[in-house]
Design a protein around this ligand. Structure first.
Ligand code: NI
Length: 172
């Protein structure tokens, strides 16, 4: 396992459409294990492959608390196949937009279809925080970030702040 650097906005790879994984090989397994290590280290509850610069449809999630046993969930090629009309609001953050949190409204419950690392296709009905997390991570695979759901005013403000920080880094 190895830690991989997490990309921060305005990194263009965070805005790309990711390609499906065609076969689960050693490289995919290595990617998933690196993503878990990187996510736990951050720490975060979800991570998508483009956040570590890999434009593949892979996400890792673990909602367990620090004092609980880990519950790693890896999803290959996940897709939302049903969404509830009922909506819920969570304060979201993102490892690619550090220290920024805003409330986002999304479908309260979704059914997600994905492949496990063992190559099995599963359909899982999720609600609560897991539903929000799954939707947030799948958005990443389509180049969508949670700030895209905010008002233009808020989005412009956060984009400007991170663009400025990136320029500062360029000069030293
Ligand atoms: Ni994120």
């Amino acid at each position: 396992m190895a830690l991989r650097p997490i990309l921060i906005i305005p990194e263009p790879r965070l805005r790309q459409l990711c390609a499906p994984v065609t076969g689960i090989d050693a490289e995919t397994r290595k990617l998933v294990s690196d993503m878990f290590e990187t996510m736990y280290d951050a720490p975060g509850i979800g991570l998508a492959a483009p956040q570590v610069g890999v434009l593949r449809r892979v996400v890792t999630i673990d909602l367990s608390r620090e004092d609980e046993p880990r519950q790693p969930l890896a999803m290959i090629n996940p897709e939302i196949i049903a969404a509830s009309e009922e909506r819920s609001i969570y304060s979201e953050g993102c490892l690619s937009i550090p220290d920024y949190y805003e409330e986002v409204e999304r479908p309260a419950e979704v059914t997600v279809r994905y492949m496990t690392l063992e190559g099995k296709t599963v359909e899982q009905h999720v609600s609560g925080l897991l539903s929000t997390c799954v939707q947030h991570e799948i958005d990443h695979l389509n180049g969508v970030l949670f700030i895209d759901y905010l008002s233009k005013l808020k989005r412009d403000r956060v984009n400007k702040k991170f663009a400025k920080a990136a320029r500062r880094e360029d000069v030293g």
